[in-house]
Design a protein around this ligand. Structure first.
Ligand SMILES: C[S@@+](CC[C@H](N)C(=O)[O-])C[C@H]1O[C@@H](n2cnc3c(N)ncnc32)[C@H](O)[C@@H]1O
Length: 303
């Protein structure tokens, strides 16, 4: 109990300073940023289902302890990486293609007092800048769904030590669902591909299993977490950001940061509109969201 309050205090202190900054880029420059660079520039928080409790669960499933060296691919602005470094004391390297996310992640690690444990570099999931066999776990949270799994999982497996784990927290869609729901979900996938420029697609739990096995991973285990609950997820996000007041700041700052671009750029307005439409289908609309959830899945590299 005491530990819980101690950790919350650290969270509160860690995340209280954020992230309104005068938006300096011109509208043209902002429009030219990739989706995730743009979101990081504005200070919009990223999201993965289950929040930090699911990060902790995934770490447990991958047998991560303080002696382990972890790679978090698509680490974004480093919430989970810093959390694992603080909570478990393991060494975490976060990698992401978004330069601005990595900049933000490095600052977070400093604020949270873990710059030696949580390190961040810009890099691509398909060509990890590491020699083979050096990590005890490779983790993705809401990232593999944006990747070509065949290429990415092979690359994750390459950098793992023998017997080490890949662990993923990614959305799934049930396989056999009514045609209308399937069509709407496919529309939402298309919207996410369009706004991110990434090959976003959801697999069924059975397909996630096959995709991990195809990379040569053994003992593949897929846990399904059904129905992502919008309110619960908002609560999880608030927790991850250090409590309700930090969360409110987090919501207000991006709105202030975004206002200039929102008013002046049709392209940016369109981006947010598509994002909201996609999120509605995935999270809020009952007739589609009931067929969706997320998996916590693990597989081990052969010994
Ligand atoms: C939905 S965000 C998730 C961020 C973070 N994992 C979280 O849970 O908050 C997806 C992230 O994947 C990153 N990403 C997408 N494709 C990538 C690639 N090929 N290599 C590395 N990172 C990638 C994006 O830049 C973005 O930060």
């Amino acid at each position: 109990m005491l530990n819980y309050f101690k950790n919350r205090q650290i969270d509160m202190q860690a995340e209280r300073h954020i992230p309104y900054r005068e938006p300096k880029l011109s509208v043209k420059e902002a429009e030219a940023l990739g989706y995730y660079d743009f979101m990081s520039y504005l200070g919009v928080p990223y999201y993965h289902a289950g929040g930090l409790p699911s990060t902790k669960k995934l770490a447990e499933l991958c047998r991560i302890d303080s002696k382990k060296k972890i790679l978090m691919v698509g680490c974004g602005t480093g919430f989970s990486a810093c959390y694992l470094a603080r909570e478990i004391g393991c060494e975490v390297i976060g990698i992401d293609i978004s330069e601005l996310s990595i900049k933000e992640a490095k600052e977070r690690a400093k604020r949270q007092g873990v710059p030696d444990k949580a390190k961040f570099i810009v890099g691509n999931a398909y060509a990890l800048p590491f020699e083979a066999g050096i990590f005890d776990a490779v983790i993705t949270e809401f990232v593999s769904q944006f990747l070509d799994r065949k290429r990415a999982f092979k690359e994750f497996t390459r950098v793992l030590k023998p017997g080490a784990y890949v662990g993923i927290n990614e959305m799934y869609r049930e396989k056999e669902i009514p045609a209308k729901a399937a069509e709407e979900i496919a529309q939402a996938e298309k919207k996410f591909r369009e706004i991110t420029g990434l090959p976003f697609s959801l697999s069924s739990p059975e397909e996630w299993k096959q995709e991990l096995e195809r990379a040569g991973l053994k003992d593949v285990n897929v846990r399904m977490c059904k129905n992502i609950k919008y309110l619960q997820e908002t609560k999880n996000m608030a927790e991850a950001m250090g409590g309700i007041w930090s969360f409110v700041e987090y919501l207000i700052s991006p709105i202030l940061n975004t206002a200039k671009y929102f008013l002046l750029s049709r392209k940016i307005r369109y981006r947010f509109k598509r994002l909201e439409e996609g999120k509605k289908i995935f999270l809020r609309k009952k007739s589609t969201s009931k067929y969706l959830g997320y998996v916590l899945a693990t597989g081990r590299k052969d010994l």
